[in-house]
Design a protein around this ligand. Sequence first.
Ligand code: HPA
Length: 269
Amino acid sequence: MTDAAFATAAQVLAQHGATSPIDCAIVLGTGLGGLVDQLDDAIRIPYAAIPGFPTGAVSGHARQVCIGKLEGRTVLIFQGRAHYYEGGDAAVMRVPLGMLSALGSPPLILTNAAGSLKPEMPPGSMAVIADHINFNGPNPLVGDGGDGRFVPMVGAYDPKLRAALKAAASAERLSLGEGVYMWFSGPSFETPAEIRMAQVMGADLVGMSTVPEVILARRHGIRVAGLSVVTNMGAGLHGGAPHHGETKDVASAAAADLARLLRAFLRGL
Ligand code: HPA
């Protein structure tokens, strides 16, 4: 998938003084943006300044690209993502991910806030995504051309990156669960009946993001890992009555652990 918009976006970054090569890219989800404050020599570019990047806002998400140094690595952070539920476009993150391919396809860590279906992954804990279920349905590659659109999804969540995240978690003595993430469209949360269905279908985590970004990234051959910060139990489970205020509050409280995990991961890169 080549597109002039990808190179143009990469050029805008270069014009703002972005250094390359990028060692790792990270998407920070709801309430998890604080890591950008730890970047050294950071440059910040609002999405609005990059052609093709999503506009709009969700509270808990600033929207900017930040590039700087963390643990001696050059890191590009997408602070805040756009979601399917904002306008019904599964490909809303097409240009940001295409830009990564124009920047040499660094490994990508996608973070999100998620609901948990497993008592052993309680609110405040973290989990690495092993696989996903696109229950929402729409695919960001609909309308894409050529044979490259038939993207294999076995091993989409890169086994080596997953192992590296687990090693980083044990080095930091952080507990890290693992599970299958099921994509719901949002923006309403699931009903208790939908959560029971998700359990029967093999999901461990539920959320409103990440899946289309993984598909887009794999279209470009970018290696990806997904990390969920559990902000609540799924609707109707013990203690599960999710709402956005809780998502933001619990994610913000867990952001320090996420930062420790990502820093340890970067040290090992
Ligand atoms: N469901 C969907 N998305 C979410 C949840 C949830 O329970 N928690 C955080 N994001």
